[in-house]
Design a protein around this ligand. Structure first.
Ligand code: SF4
Length: 615
C-alpha cells in the first residue's frame, strides 16, 4: 500500500479517480495521459498521488510546467503537504539559468549566454560562482560554510523568488544554489526543458545527481509540449542576418568566414530573385545553401563568442547562423526545408516535424510520466506525438467537477468560415450572430477567430454598443497584460475581447467570475494548408497512418477547446460557449469536444443565449 498525502479536507468530484489512476501508473512504472478539465485540481492531485511512492522508493518528482506563473501553485501544494504531515521532503523550485544569473552576462541573448557562463567559470572570473563553489582551496572552504548556511536557511521548500533574493543578499550564484538544493530534492518544479531538452536536461540532471530512470515526470499543460519542442528545433536564416554576421567576421578579422558568409548571402539573393511574384514558398534541398567543412561551425562559434565577450552587443548573428546550420545539415526525415516570403523579405527555414525524435527516448526512460491538460483528446495523438510506449501508457478522460446547469454549450449550424464559403454575405451573417449573442450576455464576452485575416474580414460588419478590444498581431506580453486589465474593468457594462484561437488571450489567461461570461469560437482554427502543414500531414501519415488527423484536424480542435475553456474557471462561475461553425457538429470535429457535456444545436444562437441568462 502506497502512502497518499492530501492537503485539503475534502476531495472534488473526479479528483479521486484521477489520483487513483496516478497511483496505479506510478506504482506500476507506467505512463498516464490525463484529459482532466479545469477545476479538477490537477496540480494537487498529481503531486499528492505520486509523492508517497516517490518518498518510499527513492524517486524524484519533476513537475514540469511551461509557465513560471504556474510554479507557485505547485510550491503551495508542497508547502501545504509538508506542513500538514510534517514531511521531511525537500522541494526545489527552479527557473531558467539566464533568469537566475546575477552577472552582467544575463543581458546577452540565450544563444551565447550558456557558453559565456561556462567560460567565466573556467577563467575563474565569476564572483558569484566563486562565493558558492570556490575556485581555490581557501575559497572552497569559505564557500562550503556559505553552502551550509544556505541549506539551513532553505529548510524544505521555498519559491524561486525567495531563493533568488537570499542569493542576491549573500552574493551567491542562484543557479548553483538551485543545483545544490536539487541534489537533495524529492520534488523539482521546473520547465519542460529541464527534463526534455537533451542539452539543458542532461546537464541539469547530472549536476543534481538525478537520472531519468528514477524520475516521475509530471508534464502540466501537456497539449503544448510537442509543438513547443518542434518550434525550439526549427530555425530560419535571412539575408539581413547573414550581412550582420559578415560584419562580425570583418570585426574579428576572419577573412575565410567572411568569404563563406558572402557566398551564402549571394545564394540567398539569387534564390529570392528567382522566386515568381505570386510564389509565397517552395521546398528547398539541403544542397541549395553552400555547405562547408566542420571548421565553418568552429569559426562561427569563435567569432560569435568574440563579439559577445569584447563588445557591448547582446547578441551575435554568427551564433544564430551556427544554430541554423546545425539544424539545416540534419538528414533526418523529421525536418523539412522551405524557402519562403516573410514580412522581412525571403528566408530559408528548417522546420522540425516530429518532437518525439528527442522526447521518446527520454520519456520512456523515466520511471513514470504523467501528461495532464484540459485538452488531451484524443490521448492516442499526444502519446504518439511525444513517442510514449503504447504498452506502458494508460489513457483516461475525467469529467468536469462543475455543475452542468451553470454552462450553456451551443453548436451553431448554417454558418461557416470554410474556404469556399468565404463571401461577404457569410461575413455579415457571422458579425450579426456575434452581435446577437454578445448583446444577450450580461457582461464580458470574448470572440476568437481562426486567423487575423478572418478577423479583419468580419470585424468591419460588427455593429455593437459594447466596447470592442482587439488583439494585435505580435502584441508584446506587457501590452497583452494591459489590454486584459482594461477588458476586466469592463465587466459591469460588458465589453467584447477579440482575439485568435491559439493566441495569448485564448490560452493560459484566467478570467474567473464576472471577468468573462461568454466565449464565441468563430470557425475551426485550421492552419493554412501551406508546405509545412502538408509536410506534417504526409509525415504523420507515413509514421502513424493518421496524417490528416494529427497534422491538421486535431491540433485545430485542441486550440478551439482551449479557447472555450476561458469561461467557467470555478464552481460558482456561469457562462456560455458558442462554437460558431457548422463543421463543429461534424463527427470528425465533434469527437474532440468534451464528453459528458450537453450541446444545443441551433441556427439561432442569440435566442439560446438569451433563454439561458433569463433562466
Ligand atoms: S555562474 Fe551563475 S552568476 Fe556566474 S555567470 Fe554563470 S549563471 Fe551567472
Amino acid at each position: 500500500m502506497v502512502s497518499v498525502f492530501f492537503r485539503h479536507e475534502s476531495i472534488r468530484k473526479g479528483q479521486k479517480e484521477l489520483m487513483q489512476d496516478i497511483i496505479t501508473a506510478v506504482s506500476q512504472g507506467n505512463h498516464l495521459i490525463a484529459h482532466a478539465p479545469t477545476g479538477l485540481g490537477k496540480t494537487d492531485s498529481s503531486i499528492s498521488a505520486s509523492l508517497g511512492y516517490a518518498l518510499e522508493n527513492d524517486k524524484t518528482i519533476f513537475f514540469c510546467t511551461p509557465k513560471i506563473s504556474q510554479h507557485r501553485i505547485a510550491v503551495d501544494v508542497m508547502k501545504g503537504l509538508v506542513e500538514k504531515y510534517d514531511l521531511k521532503a525537500v522541494t526545489l523550485d527552479v527557473i531558467g539559468k539566464k533568469h537566475l544569473c546575477l552577472d552582467e552576462i544575463r543581458e546577452k541573448e540565450t544563444d551565447g549566454f550558456y557558453e559565456l557562463c561556462k567560460k567565466k567559470k573556467m577563467k575563474r572570473s565569476c564572483y558569484y560562482y566563486d562565493r558558492i563553489r570556490g575556485y581555490g582551496l581557501k575559497q572552497k572552504a569559505s564557500a562550503k560554510i556559505r553552502a551550509e548556511a544556505l541549506r539551513d536557511w532553505y529548510g524544505s521548500v521555498r519559491t524561486h523568488e525567495e531563493l533568488l533574493s537570499y542569493c542576491e543578499k549573500e552574493e551567491l550564484c542562484p543557479y548553483e544554489a538551485s543545483l545544490m538544493i536539487g541534489e537533495k530534492a524529492d520534488v523539482i518544479i521546473c520547465d519542460y526543458y529541464h527534463v526534455l531538452n537533451p542539452f539543458i536536461g542532461d546537464s541539469f540532471l547530472s549536476k543534481t545527481n538525478k537520472n531519468l530512470e528514477d524520475a516521475i515526470v509530471i508534464i502540466d499543460e501537456a497539449h503544448n509540449a510537442a509543438e513547443r519542442l518542434r518550434n525550439a528545433m526549427s530555425s530560419s536564416l535571412n539575408i539581413s542576418m547573414v550581412r550582420k554576421a559578415r560584419n562580425e567576421a570583418i570585426l574579428a578579422g576572419t577573412r575565410e568566414l567572411e568569404k563563406r558568409l558572402q557566398k551564402i548571402e549571394k545564394e540567398l539573393i539569387l534564390m529570392a530573385e528567382n522566386m515568381k511574384e505570386e510564389e509565397q514558398e517552395r521546398v528547398m534541398h539541403k544542397s541549395e545553401l553552400p555547405l562547408f567543412s566542420s571548421d565553418f561551425f568552429e569559426e562561427l562559434y569563435e567569432v560569435g563568442m568574440f563579439v559577445l565577450e569584447t563588445t557591448n552587443l547582446n547578441k551575435s548573428y554568427c551564433l544564430k547562423i551556427l544554430s541554423f546550420y546545425e539544424n539545416w545539415v540534419n538528414d533526418s526525415e523529421a525536418f523539412i526545408r522551405i524557402f519562403k516570403k516573410t514580412k522581412r523579405g525571403y528566408s530559408a527555414v528548417v522546420k522540425c516535424l516530429d518532437a518525439s525524435i528527442i522526447t521518446a527516448d527520454r520519456l520512456n526512460a523515466t520511471h513514470s510520466t504523467i501528461l495532464m491538460s484540459g485538452t488531451l483528446k484524443p490521448g492516442e495523438m499526444y502519446r504518439d506525438l511525444l513517442g510514449l510506449d503504447k504498452e506502458r501508457t494508460m489513457i483516461r478522460e475525467y469529467s468536469s467537477p462543475f455543475p452542468k446547469h451553470n454552462k450553456l454549450n451551443v453548436l451553431v449550424k448554417g454558418v461557416t468560415t470554410k474556404y469556399e464559403n468565404r463571401t461577404m454575405e457569410e461575413f455579415v451573417k457571422i458579425a450579426s450572430m456575434i452581435r446577437e449573442i454578445t448583446s444577450n450576455i450580461p457582461g464580458n464576452s470574448a470572440v476568437f477567430f481562426p486567423s487575423y485575416s478572418m478577423m479583419r474580414e468580419v470585424l468591419p460588419f460588427l455593429k455593437t454598443e459594447k466596447k470592442v478590444i482587439v488583439q494585435k498581431e505580435n502584441q508584446s506580453p506587457e501590452k497583452t497584460r494591459e489590454v486584459i486589465d482594461i477588458f476586466k474593468s469592463l465587466s459591469e457594462e460588458g465589453g467584447i475581447l477579440v482575439g485568435v484561437s491559439g493566441g495569448s488571450f485564448a490560452e493560459g489567461i484566467d478570467f474567473p467570475g464576472n471577468d468573462l461570461l461568454g466565449v464565441i469560437i468563430v470557425g475551426v482554427p485550421l492552419k493554412e494548408p501551406d508546405i509545412e502543414t502538408r509536410a506534417l500531414i504526409k509525415y504523420y501519415d507515413m509514421k502513424f497512418g493518421k496524417g490528416w488527423d494529427y497534422g491538421y484536424v486535431l491540433p485545430a480542435m485542441s486550440k478551439a477547446v482551449q479557447a472555450a475553456g476561458r469561461v467557467i474557471r470555478n464552481e460558482q462561475d456561469k457562462g456560455v460557449v458558442v462554437f460558431l461553425d457548422t463543421r463543429f457538429s461534424w463527427q470528425k470535429y465533434a469527437k474532440c469536444l468534451p464528453s459528458g457535456e450537453d450541446f444545443v444545436i441551433t441556427e439561432n444562437p442569440g435566442l439560446e443565449v438569451k433563454k439561458f441568462w433569463l433562466r
